[in-house]
Ligand binder design. Structure first.
Ligand code: GCU
Length: 387
């Protein structure tokens, strides 16, 4: 019986472009009181806060920002890491609220090529901890820290389990210990919110590390981590760049296309990711007051790079591209024109010289050195190599 149910569920997902329903996207530039947004001021004062609240209430949950204390401790350091190319710092970030503590273990490699503060890529690591092991015993493509350092970028990473273990039975063992009231609210924070919250606490740390240029922090994540990197950059405007790799449903892809993974499916498989209210939209994508192009729009005017992999239809490459395209009008308010062509570029043809960037890498659902190589070019382009 179990097997049959599973097969029926999987078959219920659509991979046929012709079966994508007709849909109308909610308009990012019309306020809830039907006012047209024509300038940055109305966007920033009225519509942006409205949209942020809609995402909080209906999808990702609240983002509590209070705590009694935050402290940073360098628990270990090595100025000869990566054959002398990097200064490795292992930082313990402790956040205390009442008698509860959350500890974030940050691994940070800083290039030693000059004494200038360095731009940094911060990875929200949702995969095995060995990918971001400070000893670099495993050098996986998922986090090519050497490549970042060779290109003048600091490489930073933390693991999601420090904030919220990725399981429905224990995701509350982390940030939610600090904010137990969140668990009682239908718009309360859950795991993805907790991971994004963690990225902001690392940002707090960067702001006081003189080796880091806190104005040039790119927050990056893959898949569920890429859903969190988008939410982090939408919430916290200190992030200069957002990278969302193969983030798919409730990440960079439009929900209304109902292509690949759908809301009902994600809420069933991962009930601990999004708030309770989100469950109301199971099989009711059209009644959501937002769609994911509006999440990207919240990052405007800062650069966003979203990606897909050609064999990963689950994450809806076309829906991801359309999401970026539909965010363009908000960037246009800031006179930032994207270089994305009207329809998706070919596989392995990255468009990174653009405020909204995209590529569809040939291959499987993953994050590889191909992806990172393009993220570096994208950051180089936006920072104009001025470092
Ligand atoms: C599952 C899930 C996706 C998620 C992915 C991942 O496939 O359905 O939504 O992005 O895991 O995190 O790798």
């Amino acid at each position: 019986l179990f097997v049959t149910t599973l097969i029926t569920r999987i078959q219920a997902q659509n991979y046929d472009e012709r079966k994508v329903p007709r849909y109308t996207l909610p308009e990012p530039l019309t306020t809830s009181s039907d006012m047209e947004v024509k300038n940055i001021k109305t966007w920033e004062k009225v519509r942006r806060p409205e949209i942020l609240q809609l995402f909080e209430d209906n999808i990702y949950g609240q983002m509590p920002e209070y705590y009694d204390k935050i402290s940073y401790e360098i628990t270990s350091e090595d100025k000869t890491a990566m054959n002398g190319k990097a200064h490795l710092k292992q930082v313990l970030i402790r956040i205390t609220q009442k008698d509860k503590v959350v500890k974030i273990n940050l691994t940070l490699f800083i290039p030693q090529n000059s004494t200038k503060p360095k731009p940094v890529f911060l990875l929200i690591n949702n995969r095995g901890k060995e990918n971001t092991d400070p000893e670099r015993k495993v050098k996986s493509e998922f986090w090519p820290a050497e490549m970042l350092v060779d290109n003048g970028y600091a490489a930073a990473a933390f693991h999601v389990s420090d904030l919220a273990p990725d399981h429905k039975d224990n995701y509350t063992n982390g940030v939610l210990q600090l904010y137990p009231e969140q668990l009682k609210m239908d718009n309360g924070m859950k795991a993805i919110g907790a991971w994004a919250w963690g990225a902001s606490r690392v940002m707090d740390y960067f702001e006081q590390d003189k080796d880091i240029d806190a104005k040039r922090v790119a927050v990056a994540g893959h898949s569920r981590g890429g859903k969190a990197s988008l939410w982090a950059a939408a919430q916290d405007q200190r992030f200069a760049i957002c990278i969302s790799n193969c983030s798919g449903n409730t990440g960079a892809a439009l929900s209304r296309r109902q292509f690949g993974e759908r809301i009902a499916r994600i809420n069933t498989s991962f009930p601990h990711w999004f708030n309770n209210n989100y469950k109301k939209f199971n099989d009711k994508e059209d009644s959501l007051p937002v769609d994911q192009h509006m999440l990207i729009a919240l990052v405007a005017p800062r650069p966003v790079y979203a990606t897909n992999a050609s064999k990963d239809l689950w994450a809806d490459p076309t829906g991801t591209y359309l999401s970026l395209k539909n965010a363009e009008k908000v960037y246009a308010l800031y006179h930032r024109k994207s270089a994305l062509p009207p329809s998706p570029p070919n596989i392995n043809e990255p468009v990174y010289r653009s405020i909204l960037a995209y590529h569809n890498r040939e291959g499987e659902h993953n994050m590889t050195s191909y992806d990172w190589g393009n993220f570096i070019k994208f950051a180089d382009y936006h920072y104009k190599k001025g470092r």
